[in-house]
Design a protein around this ligand. Structure first.
Ligand code: S3P
Length: 447
């Protein structure tokens, strides 16, 4: 008999290695996942910009939202005890962020840095410097610097103003209509936040619809917005003030995706993941798994503070391969590594196309997903803009690495549930960026 186990070793540099040995036990019962990362960032930011008090329940206590909180505290926002059930933010008012005395540190978080850039650039007379960890300092920032510069922003950075650390001299900005070449909620949100203090209409049109949490929350906070989802276009009518609100953050569908795939691929599973955000701009993973004939149902669908929420039931499934690309990609962009794990156990060859954005996430997720799954015996081929995954895989435990990318660490942990022997995931502590208790839940529900 195989005894299942998770052992965690921490080295001197605080890197963790997770050694996972699965007995193949089915995932049963009910669980909840931590709060949505995108909504958590936005609730802290809009709370800091609003007049009055914002109360937030279910905030993700991962490293990324903690970076956002620290940056806005350094600019004068009063954010009380982050670990309390209800977090209170006393806002400063739009355009009232204070000049920090030190460098703002966005850590590993692209959302913190890119959204914040729109705000820093639009604080006249104040100067800011911003940086992040080594992953974030290698990620492209020109995608926000270019449109902000055409609004009149003054921004300097490494590598021809394209990489952090960045320096920003705040200005009174001008309105633009920006035709974004990429479907990126970070780019869209950055410009909309800048547009809050502009006199006139600031419009962003994107090639396909990216997540719309900013639009929903800005409207809830009283911003003047015109949203045309059909045309993938949104306008903020500036200047616009915000009023503090109550935000109840739903569970993160990107975190739920690990358990959805685990339950689909491990025999004998029947799992309900409760209270998951099912905003249609985020449910690409549900659609992809349903296309693969996964046994997934939504129960108890409801709306909570402007976002749709449901319980998701998943049972062990006979998956079929499929091809994924186009407008679906922005709606499941963070779920591609775990979708690749699902595809390993489908019948046939799955192709994921038009997803070149994955190369500039926390790691090059195309290269790392392929190389690390192949170390377990999978057959995954890198495409310039995606992955080709052979189904019917037989995996064998081996040493793999997260490349300090939270989503890679957790996807490999799910793959380990279907591997023979022990899979050792190096630098697995990265999971804490979006899902601090992941390892505990894994041990409880799957091992
Ligand atoms: C996010 C947008 C996405 C996503 C990221 C969170 C957001 O990035 O990958 O994890 O909260 O706006 P892009 O806007 O770069 O696609």
């Amino acid at each position: 008999m195989v005894t299942s186990a998770l052992s965690i070793k921490t080295d001197d540099a605080a890197h963790q290695t997770w050694a996972i040995t699965s007995s193949g036990k089915g995932l049963q019962g009910r669980l909840q996942v931590p709060g949505d990362k995108s909504i958590s960032h936005r609730s802290l930011m809009l709370g800091a910009l609003a007049s009055g008090e914002t109360r937030i329940k279910g905030l993700l206590l991962g490293e990324d939202p903690r970076s956002t909180a620290a940056c806005f505290q350094a600019m004068g926002a009063d954010i009380s005890d982050l670990d309390a059930e209800w977090v209170t933010v006393k806002g400063l008012g739009v355009g009232q962020l204070q000049e920090p005395t030190g460098v703002l540190d966005a850590g590993n978080s692209g959302t913190t840095l890119r959204l914040m850039m729109g705000l820093l650039a639009s604080q006249p007379g104040r100067f800011f410097t911003v940086t992040g960890d080594s992953s974030l300092r290698s990620r492209p920032m020109a995608r926000v610097i270019k449109p902000l510069t055409s609004m009149g922003a003054q921004i300097w950075g490494r590598d021809g103003n394209s990489l952090a650390p960045l320096a920003v001299q705040g200005q009174k900005l001008n309105p633009i209509h920006y035709l974004s070449p990429i479907a990126s909620a970070q780019v869209k949100s950055c410009i909309l936040l800048a547009g809050l203090s502009v006199d006139g209409d600031t419009t962003v049109t994107e090639p396909s619809l990216s997540r719309d949490h900013s639009e929903r929350m800005l409207q809830a906070f009283g911003a003047k917005l015109t949203v045309d989802r059909e045309a993938c276009r949104v306008t903020v009518h500036g200047p616009s003030q915000l009023q503090g609100q109550t935000v109840i953050v739903p569970g993160d569908i990107s975190s739920a995706a690990y358990w959805m795939v685990a339950a689909a691929i491990v025999p004998g599973s029947d799992l309900v993941i409760e209270n998951v955000g099912v905003n249609p701009t985020r449910t690409g993973i549900l659609e992809a798994l349903q296309r693969m004939e996964a046994d997934i149902t939504l129960e108890n669908t409801r709306e909570v503070t402007g976002e749709p929420v449901a319980d998701i039931r998943v049972r062990t499934s006979r998956l079929k391969a499929c091809t994924i690309g186009g407008d679906l990609i922005p709606r499941l962009i963070d779920e591609v590594p775990i979708l690749a794990v699902a595809a390993l156990f489908a019948e046939g060859t799955t192709r994921i196309e038009e997803a070149a954005e994955l190369r500039v996430k926390e790691s090059d997720r195309i290269a790392v997903t392929a190389s690390q799954l192949n170390r377990l015996g999978a057959s995954v081929t890198e495409l310039a803009d995606g992955l080709e995954i052979q189904g019917g895989a037989t995996l064998t435990g081996n040493q793999v690495d997260s490349f300090t990318d939270h989503r890679i660490a957790m996807s490999l942990a799910v793959a380990a549930l279907r591997a023979k022997g022990t899979t050792s995931i190096q630098r697995a502590e990265a999971a804490a960026v979006s899902y601090p208790p992941f390892a505990q839940t894994l041990a409880q529900i799957a091992l």
